[in-house]
Structure formats: C-alpha cells, structure tokens
Design a protein around this ligand. Structure first.
Ligand code: SAM
Length: 395
C-alpha cells in the first residue's frame, strides 16, 4: 500500500467498490442486486471477483477512461475501498480479508485508506471481525435499520433488536474503530417513539457515523407487491418529513453533524468512499452489477452472479454496458450530488449555472452563494432536485 494525502476530512481520492451479491434472505423492501439461496455459488464467485479485480487493475486507467480523456498509464492513489452488498460478511472472513489484501497488491491503495465492509448484524463475531481487521479493514457499516421488534418484522429483518449493538461492540473488540449504523425511517409499523429510540440507540452506541434513509417503495419488491395487495401500507411522505427533522435534531444533539442529506458523522468520521461518489470522483466497481465511473465514462457489470463469474473466470470483460457523459451532463450530476452535501459544491465545478435562477433562489431563501460555493440552506434540502433542475444550463 502507498501513502495518501493526510487528514481525516481530506478531499476524496479514487475509490474501489467490490460487490458481494449474496444474502441469507431477501428483505421485502430491498431491490439491490443480491440473491438468497445461492450460497453454493460463493466459492466460485470469490474466485471470479479476484480474477476480475486482477484483470481490471492490469488494464490501467486507459482501459476504463473515455477515449481522448488524456488518462495516463498509471493508477492514481486509491483512498478508499468499500465492500458492499448484499451481505459481504456472508463470505468466509478469510475470503473477504483475501479480497482486500489482493486489492492492495494490484492497485496503489493508500496506507491510510478507508477500507469498509458492509455487515448484517447477525453475521459477524469478534473473531471474524479480527480477521478482517488483520487485512486492513478499518471501518464496518452495520445494517441496523431499526431497534423496534415490530418495525424489524415489517422490514423482514431476522436479527434481534440488540444484535446491531452487539455487532458494534464486536467491531470495537476486534480493533475496528470506525463504525457506521444504517437506519431506515418511516416504515408504517414505526411510531414516533420507535424512531426516537433508534436514534438514541445509535447515539448511545457511540458510533461515529449514521446513515438514515427514508424507506422507499421499490417496484418489483415483495413490499411493493404487499402494498398493491393491500396487506401492508406504503410509507407516508409527511410522516417521513417529520422523522427526518427528528433525526437531524437528535443526531446533532448527540454530536453527529449532518454532512449529506441522509448521512451524519462525528468530526473526522465522514465516509470518504461515498464522498468520492458525491463529488463526482473516479471509482472502479468490480463484481456482479457493480457500477464504475472514470473521467466521465460510466460502466456497469453483468448483474447475474453466475454469468458474471463465467465471464470473469474465462478472462473476458464483465462489462454489460457503458456510456460517456457529455460535459453538460457531468456538470448537472456534480450539481445534483454536490447540493446534497452540507458543504455544497464549488462553483468552478458546476459553471455555467443559470445566474438568473441563482438570484431568484437566493431571494427566496432556497440557496446560499458565498461566491465560491453553492449550498442548500437546511429548509431547501428536500427540494434539492428542483433546485438542480432550475440551475442547470443545457447546451
Ligand atoms: C443493500 S443494503 C446492504 C447492507 C446489509 N445487507 C443490510 O441489509 O443490512 C444497504 C442499505 O440500503 C438501505 N436500503 C435498502 N433498500 C432500501 C429502501 N427500499 N429504502 C430505504 N433504504 C433502503 C438500508 O439501510 C441498507 O442498510
């Protein structure tokens, strides 16, 4: 591993995302590219992921950048690795550790890179996490979702309400200092007290980072089918707006600062990997259905784990599709993602913007502009999409 730039809140560098598309069971609300009941495919998939990682790394940036982008032959330093899913911690810990070690051998991963593994609470122990820590994994993102039994049941979660807290303790005992908890709010089974309890539990656990997402109804999921059949209710927008405000108040009171619409962190604990996404940075995505972005080219891999493994093990490209973004689209995307951040977006990254709209939005109190950065004031955060659409200049 190589040295990277210092400082906990430094600008994000290049990132590496590795996808593990297996879960013990599917939660009813989830439409991520993940599968239950395919555990027998895990060893072959791990071999494929390793082969694909080696192939992508050997190709260098010129193989992933758009033609004419001026990309050099050498990779820049990678400041983050994120193993997501699915449930990466369904893999044997030695396999997960081996993947992360391999990344550091084939890519210039910084010595102080943020290396995160997503985990379901019931799939980790002090021993398994110690194996991960030994391979340089220094951050765990635990899917708690809720601490209320009836909400967990509504969401089809199988872990007991205290399992996320045990997982946090296990991470600490294994020497993994940086822990994040994922929470979901606004499930119809949840009441105000359930949500306050979840926030207080996250703060009480002393974690440095919390992601809190409004439950969304994703087409094609079991949850969407149950709503259509009248068996379960859909989330209520007004309730979710109130819950989001409560999250902001309670997490801020607990010392966590909101730095993105759905993310809160203690000082020094912002997620560097996600900051790479939100600031329009470059990242490789390796694994079934993984997305990558490099210098304005975006690509995505074969979604089916078995087809992905067939291609990777044959030494073939695993890419299912790609697109090269034009300058105006890149600017609009940077604006859209940058306005989700409390720090906003540097003007130089998004100009030209519609200056008439800037004046109108400033007058309406829906935008801040200090001459170098554009930001959304807190009351305009729910309107990030509308503000982006007004500011964007199309060619
Ligand atoms: C795909 S999961 C992977 C993590 C892990 N397998 C777990 O379930 O805890 C990543 C996160 O996405 C969020 N998520 C997935 N589907 C969602 C939905 N429909 N609405 C809101 N959040 C969702 C959850 O908070 C979850 O922790």
């Amino acid at each position: 591993m190589r040295a990277g730039p210092a400082g906990p809140e430094r600008p994000a560098g290049a990132g590496l995302y590795l996808h593990v598309p297996f879960c013990r069971h599917r939660c009813g609300y989830c439409d991520f590219n993940t599968y239950a009941g395919l555990d027998e495919q895990i060893p072959r998939y791990v071999a494929a992921l390793r082969a694909d990682l080696v192939r992508v790394a050997a190709g260098g940036p010129r193989a992933v950048a758009p033609p004419g982008s001026g990309a050099g032959p050498a990779w820049p330093v990678f400041t983050s690795v994120f193993v997501g899913g699915g449930t990466p911690t369904l893999l044997p810990a030695a396999d997960l550790a081996g993947l992360v070690r391999l990344a550091g051998q084939v890519l210039p991963v910084a010595d102080d890179a943020e290396v995160t593994v997503e985990a379901n609470p019931e799939t980790v122990t002090v021993d398994s996490l110690a194996v991960l820590a030994g391979a340089g994994i220094n951050r765990v993102s635990i899917g708690a979702q809720s601490f209320a039994p009836r909400v967990l049941a509504f969401l089809d979660r199988r872990h007991d309400p205290r399992a996320p807290l045990r997982a946090v303790e296990a991470a600490r005992a294994a020497g993994i200092a940086r822990v994040s908890l994922d929470l979901v709010y606004g499930a119809p089974a949840e009441d105000d007290a359930d949500w306050r309890d979840a926030l207080d539990a996250a703060v009480g656990a002393g974690v440095g980072h919390v992601s809190a997402y409004a439950l969304t109804l994703e087409p094609g999921t079991p949850y969407a089918r149950r709503v259509r059949a009248g068996v379960q209710a859909a989330p209520d927008d007004d309730v979710q707006a109130v819950r989001m405000r409560v999250a902001d108040e309670r997490l801020a009171a607990g010392g966590l600062e909101r730095y993105e619409i759905s993310n809160w962190a203690r000082p020094g604990s912002r997620c560097r990997h996600n900051l790479t996404y939100w600031t329009g940075g470059d990242y490789l995505g390796v694994g079934a259905g993984a997305h990558g972005h490099w210098a304005g080219r975006r690509w995505w891999s074969l979604r089916s784990p078995s087809r992905y493994a067939d291609a990777a093990l044959a030494g073939d490209r695993t890419t299912a599709g790609d697109e090269v973004l034009d300058a105006a689209t890149r600017r609009t995307e940077r604006l859209m993602m940058g306005l989700r951040l409390s720090d906003g977006v540097p003007r130089e990254r998004v100009v030209p913007v519609d200056e008439d709209q800037v004046r109108l939005l400033l007058g309406a109190g829906l935008l801040d502009d200090d001459g170098t950065r554009l930001r959304l004031p807190p009351r305009a955060r729910p309107l990030a999409g509308d503000v982006t659409a007004r500011l964007a200049v199309c060619p």
